[in-house]
Design a protein around this ligand. Structure first.
Ligand SMILES: N[C@@H](CCC(=O)N[C@@H](CS)C(=O)NCC(=O)O)C(=O)O
Length: 345
């Protein structure tokens, strides 16, 4: 009995040692991410380089988008200030090593939650901030109206993505051939497509829509084909192991979803925090229970998120509606969509 316990303790100690050793070797942040964020006074958030609607600096250099706001909500919860975020743009290939090495606290970069990413990369997905799917865009002049007509096409695709794998699956399943044109940079891949170096451009549909929305003069020369060939649930990702930080990221997003369901907005949150008699609202806004403190935060954590960043619907309207994607599956569950926050109690 004692022998077994010692052996288990030994294995556990070795595992901890190996993890610490690896963390040190990689120059990782200390395992207590929240303490590191507080000491630094900011959250470090990895985002896409050029993803209008998700992450892109505006003309004043201020980052805007749904992924940007997902990080701002976490900063509001931990630091009480949604502006205390350092955004670090990265490519699809760079993103996971940057998070693993501790260069980032959190990755919010159009990143699809998959089993393999969660089990083999040491990363955990804290939630889903956008339900996406993969599609194809073609030049209208090609006279193609369905992806099934793409047999023999050259297809532009970004490496290190689920996109690359789904593309191969789709063509194999439909017994069609294709030639990939693999380009890491989003600007270069789009330039290649516009210049006719590939017949089709495949990506998350949100990205194809934002590409077209940002074509000011020739948007009509591009056509999004009707097929949706995959499920791409996108969401914020953190390193496994620091579960307190994971909880905060997960419940910051759920707080925004629950707030929309409860009708709590950036405009009315302060008043509701004072006056609401709805028990769900009182718990969400820290007027009853000790939910913030149970995560090591102030009990007004969700008030800060909603006041400074808004509820999920406000975040969507601000960032995604302008690129022309209707709420659809990104509606709340009780409005025909998929967003559903577990009870905040
Ligand atoms: N969701 C896919 C694709 C992610 C991806 O890289 N998407 C493109 C389209 S949204 C992107 O972020 N491009 C912008 C950029 O590279 O800055 C994945 O997780 O592998």
């Amino acid at each position: 009995m004692t022998g077994l316990r010692t052996r288990i303790a030994g294995v556990a100690a070795a595992a901890v040692f190996a993890f610490a050793g690896q963390a040190l070797a990689q120059g990782a942040a200390p395992p207590d991410t929240v303490a590191a964020i507080r000491a630094r006074g900011s959250l470090v958030c990895g985002v896409a380089i050029n993803a209008p609607g998700f992450a892109l600096p505006d003309s004043r250099g201020e980052f805007r988008g749904l992924d940007v706001d997902t990080c701002r909500a976490v900063a509001a919860a931990i630091l009480g200030d949604a502006t205390k975020v350092r955004f670090v743009p990265n490519t699809a290939v760079q993103r996971f090593p940057m998070l693993q090495s501790g260069e980032l606290d959190i990755l919010a970069r159009n990143t699809t939650w998959t089993l393999g990413r969660e089990t083999s990369l040491g990363l955990a997905f804290a939630g889903i901030n956008f339900y996406d799917g993969q599609g194809f865009m073609v030049r209208r002049s090609a006279n193609v109206t369905s992806a099934r007509q793409l047999d023999g096409a050259t297809v532009c695709v970004q490496p290190g993505t689920t996109t690359e794998l789904n593309l191969a699956d789709y063509f194999r399943t439909n017994r069609m051939r294709f030639t990939p044109v693999v380009i890491e940079s989003v600007e270069e891949i789009r330039a290649a497509f516009v210049a006719g170096r590939c017949d089709a451009y495949t990506n998350d549909i949100s990205s194809l829509a934002s590409f077209r929305a940002t074509r000011t003069t020739d948007a009509d020369s591009f056509l999004l084909l009707p097929e949706v060939i995959s499920k791409e649930p996108l969401g914020p990702t953190v390193r496994k192991g620091d579960w307190r930080f994971f909880d905060i990221v997960r419940w910051s997003l759920y707080a925004q979803i629950a707030a929309e369901e409860l009708g709590v907005t950036s405009a009315n949150v302060e008043e509701l925090a004072r006056t609401s008699t709805n028990p769900d609202i009182q718990r969400l806004l820290g007027r009853s229970g000790d939910l913030g403190r149970s995560m090591g935060l102030n009990n007004d954590w969700a008030v800060q998120i909603i006041r400074q960043v808004g509820n999920y619907g406000e975040m969507y309207e601000r960032s995604i509606t302008p690129i022309g994607i209707p709420r659809g599956v990104n509606n709340l569950w009780n409005n025909g969509g998929l967003h559903y926050a577990p009870p905040i109690r």
